[in-house]
Design a protein around this ligand. Structure first.
Ligand SMILES: Nc1ncnc2c1ncn2[C@@H]1O[C@H](COP(=O)(O)OP(=O)(O)OP(=O)(O)O)[C@@H](O)[C@H]1O
Ligand SMILES: O=P(O)(O)OC[C@@]1(O)O[C@H](CO)[C@@H](O)[C@@H]1O
Length: 309
């Protein structure tokens, strides 16, 4: 079983608009709500490709109730801790001629009591899951070094810990040596504190993270594919161009693909091809964090994974 952690889930609200400009009134053509936050996207995609998933984090208020009802419909085991506060919403404004614009709320305050209940849940997850993913920002009241505690516990138990976060929590987490990291291009620049403009810069960054003890690291670059280092071996991942519909959640779908592949025992090349297919399959759907099994199977055959000597 795969365990997913979404400490700061959200109701993702997608507004489809014909045009959008700051400082004027916009009438929305279509509104869609999904149970989101990066880890819930991971949960949904891993379930859609056939794995059992238990999902944990914090949920509260009417938004929390909505997410719980969606989790139930998706056949994901609900291990979320109930809180007093209200789960946040994240807004994505997009349209045919409007490039995706996201507004992400900060999330509720988590008190020490809720955190204590989460610790108990996490201990149980470590004994039931081979792979654990942790994704996204941290809600208020949780220190930026919090993922380090979770990583250390997973490492002690020999559970593979896959981390997809950004900013200070990503910077801090490297020292705790998560099994897997997936910064995108922008997150990588913040992580290493310098511009990454050439393939050589990416190689150096991957080598640096590998030398720091990260077994599996991927730098994802949207439609340009990704570059990876797995146990010291470097890979370039590419695929034919597609007509993307909504790329929000493609990174999460990629992480879901990695988690699924690892729990099935795929080798490095197969794992990267499968994850990349999941990322692209999501980009072909309008719904955030959603893939179709047939699309993943088809795309997996189109992905090229080359070892870089
Ligand atoms: N426009 C696209 N066309 C095809 N595949 C895409 C596209 N964008 C993303 N993907 C797929 O998804 C993977 C991850 O995408 P990306 O690098 O955009 O992650 P991300 O920035 O973490 O995404 P997000 O934060 O929006 O979930 C890519 O490696 C690729 O396989
Ligand atoms: O604030 P975070 O946790 O960093 O990101 C939240 C979020 O933007 O990430 C997902 C896309 O990856 C969306 O579903 C969600 O709204």
């Amino acid at each position: 079983m795969i365990g997913t952690i979404t400490l700061n889930p959200s109701v993702d609200i997608r507004y489809t608009v014909e045009e959008f400009s700051i400082g004027s009134v916009t009438r929305v053509k279509q509104v869609e709500r999904t149970a989101g936050g990066k880890g819930l996207n991971v949960s949904r995609v891993a379930t859609l490709v056939g794995e059992q998933v238990q999902a944990a984090g914090f949920l509260g208020g009417a938004s929390g109730d909505f997410i719980r009802s969606e989790i139930k419909k998706s056949d994901i085991f609900d291990a979320f801790v109930q809180i007093q506060g209200e789960t946040r919403s994240c807004h994505n404004i997009m349209g045919e001629s409007v490039s995706s614009t996201e507004l992400l709320e900060p999330g509720p305050y988590i008190d020490s009591q809720a955190l204590e209940v989460f610790h108990q849940t996490y201990e149980r997850m470590l004994s039931e899951c081979k792979v654990i993913t942790a994704s996204g920002s941290l809600p208020q009241g949780i220190p930026q070094t919090y993922y380090n505690q979770l990583i250390t516990k997973a490492n002690e138990k020999g559970v593979r810990f896959l981390l997809d976060t950004s900013g200070e929590s990503l910077k801090a987490a490297v020292a705790a040596k998560p099994f897997f990291l997936k910064p995108n291009h922008e997150e990588l620049e913040i992580l290493i504190g310098k511009k990454v403009s050439s393939e050589q810069d990416i190689h150096e960054a991957l080598q640096m993270l590998s030398d720091k003890g990260i077994s599996f690291c991927v730098i994802s670059m949207g439609k340009k594919g990704s570059m990876a280092i797995v146990d010291g071996e470097k890979y370039r991942v590419t695929f034919p161009a597609v007509q993307a519909v909504n790329t929000v959640g493609s990174g999460d779908s990629f992480v879901a693909g990695i988690a699924v592949a690892l729990s099935r025992g795929y080798n490095a090349e197969e794992t990267l091809a499968f994850a990349s297919a999941c990322g692209t399959a999501n980009a072909l759907e309008s719904q955030t964090g959603f893939v179709q099994q047939e699309t993943v199977d088809f795309l997996k055959q189109q992905v090229k994974v080359e070892k870089i000597i």
